[in-house]
Design a protein around this ligand. Structure first.
Ligand code: GLA
Length: 440
């Protein structure tokens, strides 16, 4: 069992993205500001969940479909893995800074449903069952996420939910599950995929349990038709738009470039109750340099992205841990205004991103895409930020990443110079002087 991707809807073409970055003129970028500030939000799935981007841990990128508990008992998909992660989420301070959901991805299932058509976990790898695991996770003050698929089989080939939506929703509710990641492999056609996503949203609602609903609907239909985000937002709390993240800089870079190419569509649809999901944080693994980890954390905060770490909390460097637990960055990600940021401009290798925050504050990220040489200076005019409203008549600027540093009071007319390492990012917060004083 596991591994075969051949039956994905529309074959691999569904997921073959052209991650072509399209640069916006600054005039266009400025046009996004009124769109962000003034236009009423499209309605979100009204289950009271995900009022800020969801935070937690998800097994997929780091542990994939490792089902070999004989050869690799420490890293196989088993109840022990999730219990250990739950323990560490509490003992190592993850829960205290906001990471809440411990999430199971694909490959947790037995190869067949039980005699009543109910799903069951693999009996060898989850001998105590999911209800027991949920109780354990809840006893730690955390929440449990699980994975299923809208089609006949999951992406790794385990039994899918097609034809069983009500019974599966009820099973998850009975077990005490708090989040469902619903994948989109193996649907018969586009219509059954879309209808399946909608049906499962209702089925979860009908259980009466609060279950956060994470969809991959736009990702799977994008190749065939333009996703209707007004509709998607009415059914889902989170939605994946782009292909699976890998543990590499090229992967992080391509997700950013793709997000920029679609930002006029994506930015206005995000908000309390529903968020664009650029996929997991791979910080603390093998593929990203320190600078690139800083970039992922900073940009995921600016994009108001769900923060699902996929790493090994048993083996993580103090540096990666402190980045993932950085309260100032998390506060930007979780800002209650709930507006997604966007790329304001690209000048040669520098990208400037900004995100409006509550209390008239702004987050600004300057990313240096150059992959040769050393640190580079970039100077920009403060008046360009926030459509001219980022810092009027003056503001207090704090550098949040790579290290915290008070940069002081700047006037609207001044220039700001930052120094950014190759593939790194400088993340700044601009506040009114009064706000800065009261937050000290
Ligand atoms: C798809 C999803 C991934 C992961 C795998 C599991 O590729 O996009 O996030 O859930 O399936 O098989």
């Amino acid at each position: 069992m596991g591994g075969s991707r051949a039956k994905r809807l529309g074959q691999e073409g569904t997921r073959a993205f052209a991650f072509s970055g399209r640069s916006l003129s600054s005039a266009l970028a400025l046009a996004l500001v009124p769109a962000l500030v003034g236009v009423p939000r499209v309605t979100a799935l009204d289950n009271g969940l995900a009022l800020t981007p969801t935070m937690g841990w998800l097994h997929w990128e780091r542990f994939t479909c490792n089902v070999d508990c004989i050869e690799d008992p420490e890293n196989c998909i088993s109840e022990q893995l999730f219990m250990q992660m739950a323990d560490l989420m509490v003992s190592e301070g993850w829960k205290d800074v906001g990471y809440e959901y411990v999430c199971i991805d694909d490959c947790w299932l037995a190869s067949k449903r039980d005699e009543n058509g109910r799903l069951k976990a693999d009996p060898e790898r989850f001998p105590s069952g999911i209800r027991h695991l949920a109780n354990y996770v809840h006893s730690k003050g955390l929440k449990l996420g699980i994975y299923q698929d809208v089609g006949t089989l999951t992406c790794a080939g385990y039994p899918g939910s097609y034809g069983y939506y009500d019974i599966d929703a009820k099973t998850f509710a009975d077990w005490g599950v708090d989040l469902l990641k619903f994948d989109g492999c193996n649907s018969k056609d586009l219509n059954s995929l879309v209808e399946g996503y909608k049906y499962m949203s209702f089925a979860l609602n009908r259980t009466g349990r609060s279950i956060l609903y994470s969809c991959e609907w736009p990702l799977y239909i994008r190749h065939f038709q333009k996703p209707n985000y007004t509709e998607i937002r009415q059914y889902c709390n989170l939605w994946r738009n782009s292909g699976d993240i890998l543990d590499s800089w090229s992967s992080v870079k391509s997700i950013l470039a793709w997000t920029v190419s679609e930002q006029e569509t994506l930015v206005p649809v995000a908000g309390p109750g529903g968020w664009n999901d650029p996929d997991m944080l791979v910080i603390g693994n093998f593929g990203l340099s320190w600078e690139q980890q800083v970039t992922q954390m900073a940009l995921w905060a600016v994009m108001a992205a769900p923060l699902f770490m996929s790493n090994d909390l048993r083996h993580i460097s103090p540096q990666s841990k402190s980045l993932l637990q950085n309260k100032d960055v998390i506060a930007i990600n979780q800002d209650p205004l709930g507006k997604q940021g966007y790329r304001l401009r690209k000048v040669e290798d520098f990208e400037v991103w900004e995100r409006p925050l509550s209390n008239l504050a702004w987050a600004v990220a300057v990313l240096n895409q150059k992959e040769i040489g050393g640190p580079q200076n970039y100077a920009f005019s403060i008046a360009d930020l926030g459509g001219g409203l980022g810092c009027t008549p003056a503001c207090f600027i704090t550098q949040i990443l790579p290290v915290k540093q008070e940069l002081g009071l700047y006037e609207w007319t001044s220039q700001l110079k930052v120094r950014v390492n190759p593939t790194g990012t400088v993340l700044l917060k601009l506040q009114t002087f009064q706000q800065h004083q009261s937050s000290q």
